[in-house]
Ligand binder design. Sequence first.
Ligand SMILES: Cc1cc2nc3c(=O)[nH]c(=O)nc-3n(C[C@H](O)[C@H](O)[C@H](O)COP(=O)(O)O)c2cc1C
Length: 207
Amino acid sequence: MKKILLTLFATALVGVGCMAQTSKTSMNNKKILVVFFSHAGENYAVGNIKVGNTKVVADYISEITGADQFEIVTHKYDGMAYTPLTQLAQEEQNKDERPAFEALITNAKGTKLDKTSLADYDVVFIGGPVWWGTYPQVMFTFFDQYDLNGKTIYPFTTHEGSGLGRCVKDVKQAYPKADVQNGFSIYGHDVKEGKSKVEKWLKSINL
Ligand SMILES: Cc1cc2nc3c(=O)[nH]c(=O)nc-3n(C[C@H](O)[C@H](O)[C@H](O)COP(=O)(O)O)c2cc1C
């Protein structure tokens, strides 16, 4: 009897193991990318931060889903205090500027990938801070340069009151043939304690 019970228990454990394996594999069957811009330094409500709020969320997404990352990197705002940065950002938006950026593409473990095309990704998360009601202009430079039409896109933001602002509308306008899903937003000052909110959102979207 004891032997039978042990065998049943072992079989059940193998079953649970397989289930965990299956759900991970089905998530990983889709190639997922997180495209984001994030500004480290002096910021509203959080002081001087070493890692930008949006990057914290991008890292949660990669940790949970295994997604690669495409970081939109610019040094244009390095070392700027918050108030002059808001002025510069407003000017850029008024002039509809397209600041230059460098691409930093890494896997979920942070290892640099040598890639030029995003063709092999099925699902793309697009995230950034809200600057004057929408994404920073440098993200529009990315939109101009990379065609994500045909992909499933999940916009997200970190913000201090605007929520998603005009971001979802602007992503839809940039990629009219993409399947742009509902967005997710989180207060910048909440991201450090916000992993469970990100996890809940990711569970709800059935990747
Ligand atoms: C230039 C600038 C403009 C901003 N404009 C807005 C805004 O319009 N609405 C809002 O809710 N937050 C605004 N914020 C706050 C940021 O969206 C928020 O701090 C965000 O979490 C920063 O993310 P990051 O650290 O990834 O750059 C602004 C911040 C800056 C620096």
